[in-house]
Design a protein around this ligand. Sequence first.
Ligand code: FAD
Length: 458
Amino acid sequence: MSKSLWLQTAYSYEAFPPLDTDIQCDVCIVGGGLHGIATAYFLAKQGKDVVLLEKDSILAGATGNSTGKLTVQHDLIYAQLIQDFGHDGAKLYYDVNRDAVEFGKDFARRDELITANSILYAQTTVGDEQLKQEAKAYQELGIPGELGRNSELPIPFLSTLTMEDESQIHPVRFGQSLAEKAVKAGARIYEQSAVLSMDFEKRSLLTHTENQVRFSELVLSTHYPIEALKGMQILKLAVDRSYIMAAEANMALSGQYIAVDEPKRSVRTAKFDGETYFLLSGTHHTAGMKSETSKYYESLYTDIKDTFLLSSFITGWSAQDPETPDLIPYAGQITSSLPYVYISTGNRKWGLSNSIASAQMITDQIVGKKNPATKLFAPSRTKAGAQLLQALKLTGLVLKEFTGGHLTRIDAPICTHLGCRTRWNNAEETWDCPCHGSRFRKDGSVLEGPATKPLNLT
Ligand SMILES: Cc1cc2nc3c(=O)[nH]c(=O)nc-3n(C[C@H](O)[C@H](O)[C@H](O)COP(=O)(O)OP(=O)(O)OC[C@H]3O[C@@H](n4cnc5c(N)ncnc54)[C@H](O)[C@@H]3O)c2cc1C
């Protein structure tokens, strides 16, 4: 598996120590991606005694493998949100993400963020019609945006919808700066400290080194709910894996693009340390469902070479993000019976702004400040129809793979989360679980949850 461009060009920093003693704190945050770090920063600034535990290195999960677009243009979304949540719900989603982008712009250093227009493009008449509906939604919500023909890409298109002055970040450097500020504000960060079990009643957890952390409040920022939460969110999340390739470029684009129809492509450039890079992504599949994954890279490689006429490839990587059934992430108290346990997940590949927004919401809940978006993002919200659909889709998949897991143990190792059969991923050299997206390294160790225990490879 290759390191992303962002992880290859991170600031050099002194690693945070592993936890090697028992401790206690006001708030324990599990997971050192953008959500965990932003939450640590906001809470520490509010005077809370915060501990953050990261199982590997901070920012090496979805955040460090993302495309780095920090924008409120989340593909096609606002027309659908108006339909499902009404004008006020859609506007609130926009507002909290707008605030998150503005926070990013204020906070970031020069080599961590640049301003760029966010542009949706349509290649088909269906996509063109969708853009018109989306533009109508922008108008209804008062979102600045312009329908037209505004693309620098050598890709044939019918129309575009532009939001001006959005931003793109170097997600790892941005997160590193935020972590540094969180520590300055008093947060304690520990790396190489995997959480293996939690006792909600006793408000304590254990790391893999059997060190105990006692907390008043717990924030689960593990990207996907970790194993200890079996059954709570599990049936309501679908996980999609996407591929990204980076090449050297000779000029920066002024826009960052995403196709609303097929072939799905997301394009941006990045400029830092005097170099310009080109990033292409868009090939994807349900996480864990494919063994022959090299074709997803090959397709991007061909486009970069033949369409964008670039030939100096740097690296290719892949990542996955869970999705809720109704487009809005889950952020907040996990259930009313555990009011001191908070979660953030289900960002649908738009989790950079959503992570910051969710971190603010959870912080407000913890410090007792009213936040208008709490209800909209509440994990306990019900949307019976959409949930049922998603549950059926996922349950079908889970049951099939679960049964397969128990019948064919000799073929591939069994996922330690819920017993599904994993699949060998040829290009990444990982064991991937199709049920809930857990991933394991060649040696069986956990790369991505919800699983927390290694595979039995014997
Ligand atoms: C291909 C792709 C491209 C994307 N591009 C964009 C984009 O351009 N713009 C955008 O807004 N969003 C994008 N996203 C979405 C965004 O990257 C994520 O939603 C966001 O980074 C999630 O942050 P997080 O902190 O929740 O998760 P992560 O960054 O994954 O962090 C979770 C952390 O928890 C740790 N962890 C897990 N289990 C444990 C445990 N048991 N103990 C301790 N630590 C644990 C992990 O090691 C990890 O570091 C993209 C996603 C993908 C997959």
